[in-house]
Design a protein around this ligand. Structure first.
Ligand code: HEM
Length: 509
């Protein structure tokens, strides 16, 4: 029999070797990183004061409370006012570089694109809802998905206004049915889901129809809940493991079940593609021109889960436009002079039926939308994770002008909401809503509502056209608007920014 002390000695040697291995590895990595920092003249970014310097529990709680009290964006702004353009935080073994510096953001999103990605944090927080879709993947998987989506947005399709017309007609009819006193925000959510599902999948989900089917309204509620919970998970960071919410799981299941109808459609298309002769194929593809996105998907894969992930990601991508429309009508319902000026401008260029060319001539409308996107960017905060050790040319030192070393797995979080309100970039009146400023401004990296670099929003033109068309139609249908809610706006952050109290208003014919 082997004496006990032999086992004890063997275990001690193993533990010792393990500790030695990791100590040596740590020292080597530390040494390598010091050399890189020295070579590039890197300086650390200022660190935000944390009561709990190690785990940052105070910051995590602040984030949670501000989220619950609908003032998360103001908290971010206050932190930048105190901490500067770029500062670091350490929460639960995660270092985050928080920035509102356009130069730093440009490097992360464009010049050093390959050094950064969505990373495991976003994947884990969003996976129950979004699976392996375009919003959560990197590298080859992402670029394949991006290539699939690209043809869906070619100019001739985006600028064909007939697709928006029938849904906006229906929206206006509903406003009238409700005696013109209504909350516009949920109507805009239904409108954009109807339009975009028709645009991408060839069939509208019918949320604005006379009697939307029960499973459609369930889907719409589930999508909202699941989007909100996904953001909570993301904010929890490494504490996400403690997020246990049965309702979240139930809502993800409802969304997935709903997407199944489009998966079946894609699989059906794929089956027919392989069965029919080339001549029949020409006829069939002619008939299905409008199904472009799911047709492209179907050609690429027959894996039902992959198909479902793509579809859910696209449904969610389109959920940004209602936020933009809502803030537009928030501003219009609070400012009579603005309504009058924009309405007169639109009427001056309006024609029946409204054409894309006429919309393009409405420059003040474009400036008005640009200003909405500046003050209320639907994607108000965003982040990237470093795939490897890297050096950014700015962000380090007390003034943020020195090179900054970023270690592998560090997170770079940027807020367009804060950046778009910087007085040094947009002038002393940066907090004011003033569309006229766009007569002279040429947007650069300080203005990023649609992001920049290779992952820039591919739906930008679609969103801008749909928004311009909807605003122009409402302005020409109604002569004035009255707000039925005098409170200040409060944020509601699901996967995009909306208003907690919606847009309660009275539209007058
Ligand atoms: C006002 C409306 C919209 C805004 C403000 C907006 C903004 C953005 C932003 C900021 C991103 C970058 C997200 C990230 O990096 O994490 C993005 C990505 C994306 N958007 Fe939009 N978007 C809008 C409408 C749309 C629409 C209508 C569609 C399509 C139906 C769409 C499709 C996408 C897709 C597929 C991506 C992912 C691109 C990629 O990762 O390569 N967006 N959008």
């Amino acid at each position: 029999m082997v004496p006990l002390n032999v086992y004890v000695n063997a275990a001690s040697v193993a533990v010792g070797a393990y500790v030695l291995y990791f100590t040596l590895k740590f020292l080597l990595v530390h040494r390598r990183r010091s050399l890189v920092k020295q070579k590039h003249g890197c300086l650390p970014a200022p660190k935000l004061y944390q009561k709990d310097p190690f785990l940052g529990t105070d910051l995590v709680l602040q984030n949670r409370n501000a989220g619950r009290e609908h003032r998360f964006l103001d908290l971010l702004k206050a932190r930048h006012d105190k901490g500067g353009l770029t500062y670091t935080t350490d929460t639960y073994f995660r270092r985050t570089i928080n920035t509102c510096d356009p130069d730093l953001i440009r490097n992360v999103l464009a010049f050093q694109f390959n050094d950064f990605g969505m990373g495991p944090l976003r994947q884990r927080s969003a996976a129950p809802l979004l699976g392996q879709g375009i919003f959560t993947t990197d590298h080859e998987t992402w670029s394949q998905q991006r290539a699939l989506i690209r043809p869906s947005f070619y100019r001739a399709r985006v600028t064909n206004l007939s697709i928006y017309k029938k849904h906006v007609d229906r929206l206006i009819a509903i406003i009238r049915e409700e005696n013109c006193k209504t909350d516009l925000q949920p109507l805009f959510v239904r409108l954009t889901l109807d339009t975009n599902s028709e645009y991408l999948f060839g069939e509208s989900v019918g949320l604005l129809s006379d009697q939307p089917l029960k499973h459609v309204t369930n889907f719409y509620r589930a999508l909202n809940y699941a989007g909100e919970a996904t953001i909570q998970r993301l904010r929890l960071g490494n504490l996400m493991w403690f997020h246990h919410d049965r309702e979240f799981k139930r809502c993800c299941a409802i969304v997935h079940e709903f997407a199944q109808q489009f998966v079946d459609k894609a699989l059906d298309f794929r089956r027919r593609e392989t069965l029919v002769s080339p001549d029949e194929k020409d006829v069939a593809s002619g008939e299905r021109q409008k199904y472009l996105f799911i047709d492209e998907l179907a050609k690429a894969t027959d894996n039902p889960t992959r198909l479902r992930d793509h579809i859910v990601n696209m449904l969610l991508a389109a959920d940004t436009t209602p936020g933009l429309l809502s803030f537009a009508f928030y501003m219009l319902s609070r400012n009579e002079v603005l309504w009058e000026k924009l309405r007169n401008h639109v009427l001056e260029h309006y024609c029946e039926p409204l054409t894309y060319e006429a919309l393009m001539n409405m420059t003040y409308l474009r400036h008005f939308i640009q200003e909405c996107l500046r003050l209320f960017p639907p994607i108000a905060t965003n982040s990237r994770v470093a795939h490897k050790d890297t050096v950014l040319p700015v962000g380090g030192g007390p003034d943020g002008k020195s090179p900054l070393f970023i270690a592998k797995h560090n997170v770079v979080t940027y807020s367009t909401y804060v950046m778009h309100r910087r007085k040094d970039l947009f002038g002393e009146d940066a907090d004011e809503f003033r569309p006229e400023r766009w007569e002279k401004l040429l947007p650069g990296w300080e203005y990023l509502p649609f992001n920049g670099g290779p992952r820039m929003c591919p739906g930008q033109k679609l969103a801008m056209t749909e928004t311009s068309y909807t605003i122009a139609r409402i302005l020409t249908t109604f002569s004035s608007i009255e707000s039925l809610d005098n409170s200040e706006w409060q944020e509601k952050i699901t996967l995009s920014l909306k208003l907690k109290n919606g847009i309660q208003c009275h539209l007058i014919s």
